[in-house]
Design a binder for this molecule. Structure first.
Ligand code: B12
Length: 209
């Protein structure tokens, strides 16, 4: 089965045609999981690669994500919860005191597009809220965003509380414009990425151990 057409419809953000293409593939007997992995997820991975190389920008990523979500919504009822999110569960949010969410949303989209189950806690998230979400969803990884130098200490507190009180195998990844590799190491985060495309690679490495 050739998924090139579906992938190009996703990259151009064509929601109605993505819906039609997914329905056609299902009608022709293609397995829902195959459509998810070889069509939708691969399409978002390609967008992620292009975003990394500055070949596409934020609006294209958001349009592709909308088209991909449409495809996922058709497949969701046909897939078991094990088939959805098999790669692991990630809790994501912007730290306490910080309301910036554009970059965090792109990271969430890319992670979801790569097949992770993503729970987005939104903005201004307290350490306690991160911790209870980790426990509730048995998360493998927490991804924390900060866009202000004034909220970087809040990132440090969050990492420290999660390390102290979270499960021992929990991984933590941080990012956001003012966050550097050195800062990530200083606050003992397990991973850091400068942008959404490489964040997916970092998450894969951290979760696979
Ligand atoms: C949009 C914006 C806002 C919007 C936010 C809207 C929203 N829904 O997000 C509004 C108007 C609300 C806002 C408010 C403020 N802002 Co503002 N804002 C910006 C602006 C212009 C763009 C940020 C953005 O979205 N960038 C685009 C995204 C795609 O990039 P990104 O966030 O960096 O994300 C990428 C990476 O960093 C990374 N990433 C991000 N998160 C994560 C997480 C993980 C885990 C990983 C791995 C990677 C990762 O991947 C992303 C995609 O590649 C920046 C300036 C700039 N050009 O960056 C200022 C900026 C961040 N804001 C700034 C300031 C000062 C403020 C205010 C304090 C202003 C004020 N006096 O009220 C308030 C603070 C409000 C608050 N409590 O948070 C300063 C911060 C300075 C500093 N170093 O601390 C900046 C840099 C502007 C400036 N030059 O002064 N802001």
């Amino acid at each position: 089965m050739n998924f090139e057409k579906l992938k190009s419809l996703i990259s151009s953000g064509n929601v109605p045609e993505v819906r039609k293409s997914v329905e056609d593939l299902l009608m022709s007997g293609t397995e829902p999981l195959k459509i998810l992995n070889s069509g939708l997820i691969e399409a978002m991975e390609e967008i992620g690669e292009k975003f990394k190389k500055n070949e596409v920008y934020v609006p294209e990523v958001l349009m592709a994500a909308r088209a991909m979500k449409e495809g996922v919504s058709i497949l969701k009822p046909l897939l078991s919860s094990e088939q959805l999110g098999t790669k692991g569960c990630i809790i994501i949010g912007t730290v306490k005191g910080d309301l910036h969410d554009i970059g965090k949303n792109i990271v969430a989209i890319m992670l979801e597009g790569a097949g992770f189950k993503v729970i987005d806690l939104g903005v201004d998230v307290s350490p306690e809220k991160f911790l209870s979400a980790v426990i509730e969803h048995k998360a493998d990884l927490v991804a924390i965003s900060a866009l202000l130098t004034t909220t970087m200490p809040s990132m440090k507190t969050t990492v420290s509380i999660l390390k102290d009180k979270g499960p021992s195998n929990l991984k933590i990844m941080v990012g956001g414009a003012p966050v550097t590799k050195e800062f990530a190491e200083e606050i003992q985060a397990d991973g850091f990425s400068e942008e959404a495309g490489t964040a997916v690679d970092t998450a894969k490495k951290l979760i696979s151990g």
